[in-house]
Design a protein around this ligand. Structure first.
Ligand SMILES: [Zn+2]
Ligand SMILES: [Zn+2]
Length: 340
């Protein structure tokens, strides 16, 4: 099968490799759509998980082969594939505490090869059915949408909560839509790229700030009577936005959710954080099936603008060039590889 292999830092090559064989409790999925994640760009730049890696963990497809022991699925089922999942066999899993699994497996980071390929094998515990009327490309967005969904849920956003979103990439723009859906006001988006800022406004951001031309913290304080935002969602993954997220949250009652991938060090003065007396959540991923199911349901109900967030649809052969483009300044949001 055709697969795109990360040979080394910033070196992606299209190659022929054997189709994987589904083992016990695994299925072989023919991939129909796979979305490029911001974390894929970090892995591309750093080769964090070593050479000869197939990246890609935001995917949907059709089951073409069942391994031994697979229950509840059939060949031909259309599925959304989670980027990772519980082992189902450790003590925590046997107790039903799947989110505390001690042997949680991840796609495209060593445990399983990823989805920038024609086929993938995964444990059947990673699968969810794609609801009627939801396309493969829409389903490929569940992972990203789920992160925004969970952040808004964790932050306890309600009607009239003031919210600042730092970064208008895919997660930030889904977050704006989620905030709007639950009645946050005002929704303030900080994003320097014009196209993404325009999408943010379209999706419900009341105020757009441009960090390349204005001091976001000063502007936020003017807008909130010097108080800061009730909720700050850090979706940019930049040292300055991570540090700034804390000092922009409302003193004594604010909540910050850090979810951006930032691999650079930050300098912080601990007292500046402690004296805010706020709640900070470090959030990694969607947290599992309860959120996935809500996202799939929301896609079925067409509650979010997906098509405008997917700014390009490409083929597997075009993937290396897309990565070269995406690591430079650009105005794309989500790029999805689609198969006939
Ligand atoms: Zn992802
Ligand atoms: Zn487990």
């Amino acid at each position: 099968m055709k697969a795109v292999i990360l040979k080394d830092k910033q070196k992606l090559v299209v190659e022929e490799i054997p189709v994987p064989v589904a083992g016990d409790n695994e299925v072989l999925v023919k991939i129909r759509a796979v979305s490029i994640c911001g974390s894929d760009l970090h892995i591309y730049n750093t080769a964090l998980f070593g050479p000869d890696l197939v990246m890609g963990h935001e995917l949907s497809g059709t089951i073409v082969k069942l391994g031994n022991g697979v229950e509840g699925w059939n060949e031909g089922d259309d599925v959304w594939v989670a980027g990772g999942g519980p082992c189902t066999r450790c003590l925590e899993c046997l107790r039903g505490k799947y989110d505390q699994c001690t042997d949680f497996k991840i796609i495209a980071a060593g445990d399983y090869q990823g989805g920038f390929a024609e086929y993938i094998k995964v444990p059947y515990s990673f699968l969810s059915p794609i609801p009627n009327g939801v396309s493969f490309r829409e389903a490929s967005q569940v992972d990203t949408l789920g992160i925004a969904f969970r952040a808004v849920e964790i932050a306890g956003v309600g009607i009239g909560t003031s919210a600042l979103v730092l970064g208008g990439g895919a997660i930030g723009l889904y977050a704006v839509q989620c905030l709007k859906a639950v009645g946050a006001e005002p929704i303030i988006l900080s994003e320097p790229t014009q196209h993404r800022a325009e999408l943010g406004r379209k999706f419900g951001a009341d105020i757009i700030l441009d960090p390349s031309t204005e001091n976001v913290e000063e502007r936020l304080m003017e807008l909130t009577g010097g108080q800061g935002a009730d909720v700050v969602l850090e979706c940019a993954g930049r040292p300055e936005t991570v540090v700034g997220s804390i000092t922009m949250a409302r003193r004594r009652s604010g909540t910050v959710v850090l979810m951006g991938v930032c691999l650079e060090p930050i300098t912080l003065i601990p007292w500046e954080w402690v004296e805010r007396d706020i709640t900070v959540h470090f959030m990694n991923g969607t947290g599992g099936d309860p959120i996935h199911n809500k996202c799939l349901k929301s896609l079925e109900e067409k509650r979010f603008a997906i098509d405008e967030i997917i700014t390009s649809s490409i083929t597997l052969d075009e993937l290396p060039a897309a990565f070269e483009r995406l690591v430079k300044p650009n105005d794309e949001v989500k790029v999805v590889v689609e198969f006939d």
